[in-house]
Design a protein around this ligand. Structure first.
Ligand code: AMP
Length: 447
């Protein structure tokens, strides 16, 4: 199938041809026709499948089809006609770049708004007139309450990575936003999975949505070669350095479980002469944007990230993803390794697993219905005298890594000593939902 057969207008096709894409990805082939028909769409697609273009291209086409030329003092009169909600700043920025790219030959203005940066510039941008707004929920509501943003003329609403928005406790903000948008809108909901919560969200906001799914839930891409290197915890960083150095890896995304862990690893790699940067919730937006740009430009070889900070990171041809520590939420493993092997290219996902993490590994293998190959690297044999200990999740209090069966009991955040863990990870259990609800009162939680 070619893009030209989908029914997109010439200016959009021209912008696509400049990206060099030769044909639509499966999610694009399936979702675009429904969206062009005007249907509400509920799509299960993970990052890396081409999902952003799957909603952006038909969104632009629909805006174009329904365009009414109105003018004010000779200038086209603009109002927000499409709203794309994302869970994180990084994803908002990335979607914004995509919208700019695909709308290059169309007469639309788009702007991005998210928390953690100066609001005045965003206010000015909106006052210039915007057709397409890409926003995180907290800052958006802030601007609505200041009467800067008017959502009463929105025709198309997109909820991108809706599952993450729920995980991060945005449900109430989303509901408030939806109430401000006319009922006869088109609503597109994209999520990595079709969970019960997502279906409930869709039922509340969508009108008989068409369902589109491209990959089975929680499957990992066949293009990503996965391997586990068993290693003692204390020797993980040494092994990581060896892998990067021996393999001459030039661009590696490394996941750690905590912010401090990310910083420490980054310092170690720098000392070994490997240019590295860390991104996590404690870094300013400026520092995160700069680190990501340097990584994309290959000025640094290693980007060390926590799960939340890495959400939405879109790097072309990222060949290596390393789990320096396994996530205790098995779905996060699928998200993490989905950063490589994108858009048809091969990738490698390496996990450095110490004895404490064996339960996490078993949960991941259960979830993805596969056994991951284990390879002990020469010189890194496990010390048989080391016994498994509970995995620490940030604060001082240890917690046993119990995979799925133990999670509700022992891995859920409890006290303020777990602050770092709480900030980095919002799990969709009821305790967190309550916790997040109280956090919804301020906007600083967007990261
Ligand atoms: P996404 O799932 O939106 O994060 O996109 C993943 C990557 O696929 C991005 O780098 C896109 O630029 C790229 N991409 C999107 N559509 C296509 C396509 N039709 N052909 C090749 N690459 C694509």
């Amino acid at each position: 199938m070619l893009f030209s057969t989908l029914g997109l207008c010439e200016p959009i096709l021209k912008a696509i041809s400049e990206t060099g894409y030769s044909k639509p990805t499966p999610i694009q082939q399936k979702a675009i026709p429904f969206i062009l028909k005007g249907d509400d769409v509920l799509a299960a697609a993970q990052t890396g499948t081409g999902k952003t273009a799957a909603f952006t291209l038909p969104l632009l086409e629909n805006l174009q089809k329904n365009h009414k030329h109105t003018a004010h003092r000779g200038k086209p009169k603009r109002h927000i006609r499409a709203l794309i909600l994302t869970p994180t700043r990084e994803l908002a920025a990335q979607v914004g770049e995509n919208v700019e790219m695909y709308s290059k030959y169309l007469p639309y203005n788009s702007t991005i708004i998210f928390g953690g940066v100066n609001i005045n510039r965003q206010i000015n941008a909106i006052k210039q007139g915007v057709d397409i707004l890409i926003a995180t929920p907290g800052r958006l509501l802030d601007l609505v309450s200041q009467k800067v943003v008017d959502l009463s003329k929105v025709e198309i609403l997109v909820l991108d990575e809706a599952d993450r928005m729920l995980d991060m406790g945005f449900i109430h903000d989303i509901k408030k936003v939806v109430k401000l948008i006319p009922k006869n809108r088109q609503t597109l909901l994209f999520s990595a999975t079709f969970s019960k919560e997502i279906k409930a969200l869709a039922a509340g906001f969508q009108n008989s949505p068409s369902l589109v799914e491209v990959a089975a839930q929680n499957t990992t891409s066949e293009r990503v070669a996965q391997v586990v290197h068993p290693v003692d915890k204390a020797r993980k960083r040494e092994l990581l350095y060896k892998l990067i150095d021996d393999g001459q890896w030039q661009q590696v995304l490394v996941f750690t479980r905590t912010k401090h862990g990310a910083n420490r690893l980054c310092e170690y790699l720098e000392k070994q002469g490997i240019r590295s940067a860390a991104i996590h919730g404690n870094k300013s937006q400026g520092a995160r944007t700069k680190a990501l740009a340097s990584f994309k430009e290959k000025k640094i070889r290693v980007l060390v990230a926590t799960d939340i900070a890495a959400r939405g990171i879109d790097i072309d041809m990222l060949p290596h993803v390393v789990n320096f520590e396994l996530p205790n939420v098995p779905e996060d493993y699928v998200h993490r390794i989905g950063r490589t092997g994108r858009a048809g290219r091969a990738g490698e996902a390496v996990s450095l697993v110490c004895i404490d993490e064996n339960d996490f590994l078993r949960s991941i293998e259960r979830l993805t219905s596969q056994k991951i190959k284990k390879v002990v690297i020469d010189g890194f044999d496990l010390n048989p005298n080391i016994k498994a200990e509970p995995v620490k999740m940030g604060g001082n209090r240890g917690r046993r890594g119990g995979g799925q069966k133990n999670q509700s009991k022992s891995s859920s955040p409890k006290k303020s000593s777990d602050k770092e863990w709480n900030e980095e990870k919002k799990k969709p259990n009821s305790r967190n939902r309550n916790r997040n609800r109280s956090r919804n009162k301020n906007t600083s939680r967007e990261r």
